[in-house]
Each structure stands twice: as structure tokens, then as C-alpha cells.
Design a protein around this ligand. Sequence first.
Ligand code: CU
Ligand code: CU
Length: 376
Amino acid sequence: MKKEKFFISLCSIGLLFYAFIPLAVSASSPDDLPVVVQEMVKPPFLPKHNIVAKGGPKIIKVELTVTEKIISIDKQGTKFRVFGFNDSVPGPIIVAHVGDYIELTLKNPYENNFLHNVDFHAATGALGGGALTLVRPGEKVIIRWKAIKPGVFVYHCAPGGAMVPWHVVKGMNGAVMILPREGLKDRNGSPVRYDRAYYIGEQDFYVPKDPSTGRYKEFLQPGDGYSDILKVMKTLTPSHVVFNGSAGSLEGENALKAKVGESVMFVHAQSNRDTRPHLIGGHGDFVWPNGSFNDPPRTNLETWFVPGGAAAASIYTFRQPGNYVYLNHNLIEAFILGAKAEVKVEGKWNDDLMKQILAPTKINDDDSNYNIAKSK
Ligand code: CU
Ligand code: CU
């Protein structure tokens, strides 16, 4: 009795509340949750997933292996040493639902030369996991984090100091999509679905030029270009702004595909620099510009803004067939530096939405507008 009385006299409601938290946590230990291995796929594709979660929270196991290698980043064949995840720039996208746990195995193979880690913008604590995932060549690490924020997010390497931007602008970034368990909603709470989804990782590269030849410099040794590349980085003027690791990589044979009537989600990620996606000939029917699925989507946008260090999601239902261009609507970055993709859409043309009334025809002398112009 005495003991009980002492306890009650000391306890505020707040203290009681805190006393119950450890019990609640131990009763729902994630260790007992079902485990799903998510096969990582190369961008612009997303791993198989359900828009609405099936069943309760799960542990989603994923594996990322760091790649350091030289790739070609433009149509001229400029060679640049990139750092990627799973041999890909950008790294693959991870998809889960709120309440799931992401269990990442990060491997830094022995043949690599640098320290690497992962900072997940979707995760909570320890620099987004960056402080718990720093691995030297030849090491691996496993981290588990709970998805509590619905949205699309970037992840990137952040090994400290100037190495943070250096690794990010060498391609070491990717994206995570955390869907609400009940799926996406419009502003009225009605479900929003998509038939297919693409993930566009936009990348700025800073490649120095050799002033004597005017050509981009190539560095064969891992650390050789550091001071030269840093000089270009400090100008904040990228030499290349590309989708999916190199200019033209989502065009022609590798164009994104869709059919009239299909709703397509585009996840657009940029870990370092602002961008502004736009679909020429279409719109953003639904857009989450800063990526948060807790906010109602904006509707019918022509162009949307993605601040550097963020991802955005948009959904468009294609209404006309043809070749669309999906780009960063800084048109210099799109058409000269490389930030554009093609979407080939099959289906039947709708004359009601657009029709050419007269094909290009020579203007005649009796054309009234022509005569007005001549008389001036
Ligand atoms: Cu790194
Ligand atoms: Cu970051």
C-alpha cells in the first residue's frame, strides 16, 4: 500500500503516459513483421508494388551496392567517372507504404576507392541514416528505418565536407516513394490511381574542359579530377544536365511508353539543383510539387517546381497519341545540356481536342491578311 501511494503521489499523468511507452514499443517490435525482398530495378522503372497496401506493415529488404566507374554522359561520348548505386545513375527507386520498415544492406565493394553512405530524406534521425551507414571499400552495413512520412523523397551519398556535393554530382543519388497505406487521394478524398509509373532522376554534372582543345577532360585515375571538377562546381554552372545518367538516355528506342487513356505517374528527383518538369502537349493532372502525399495534389499544372534536394510526383492521363517531350523547362538545360525525355503514346487521335484545319499552304496574293501586310 505504502509503495503504491508513493508511486501515485509522484506520478503526473504525463509520467504515466511515458511509463507505458516502452510496453507499447515492445508489443509491436518490427522484428516479428513479415519480410518482403524488393528487387531493385533500373530507372526509369519502379519495382513491382501495389498503390493500396495489402495487409499490415512489412519489412522491405533492399540492397544497394556502390559502383565507381567511367560512363559516357552525352551523345558526343564524353567520359566521366560516376559514383552510382547498383550500377546506375540515378540509383534505383525504393517503394514502400507508411508503416513499413526499409531494411537496407549497403555494400561498398573492395575494388572501390572511396567512403560512401546513404542519407535518406524519407528517414528520421542520424543524418537520414548517413551517420550509421558509412562504409569503407570492402565493407557492408545494414540499417533499418521506419517509413512514417508519405511522399516521394531523394536519397544520396553524404560522406562529409566537400565530399557530399562531390559524390552527389557524380551521380550518387536515388529516390524513395512512400505511399499512404490507403493509396493516393485527390483534394476531395477520392482515390487517385495510376496505370504505370516512371522515375526520372535528373543529374547535373560539372565536367572541366581542356582549354587547349576545347574538349571535355577525361580523368582515368579515381581522384585525378578533384580540384578541376571542384572549380567547375563552384561556378554553379553545370556542363551537363541529364535524365537517367546521360543525354538522350530516355529517347528513341528507350523512350517512355504509354497508351491513350492510361494514367502515368512521373516521379522526378533532383538531389542538388532546382528543376521544373513539364510535359509538352500535356499537363500535370495531379501534382505533388514537393512530394508530400499528405498534402492535396495541385491540379492541371503546366509546369511544376522541384527544389534541389527533393522529388516530386505527377500523374497525367494521356488523351492523345504521339511523341511527347517530358523535360526540364529551362529549355537551355533541356535542349542544349540534355534534360529531356520522350514519351511515345499509342492510341487513336481525338479531333475534338485538336485538329489541323488547313495543312501548311502557300499564302496567296488574294489573302486578305497578306494584302494588309503589303500595304503597310
Ligand atoms: Cu559516395
Ligand atoms: Cu540531402
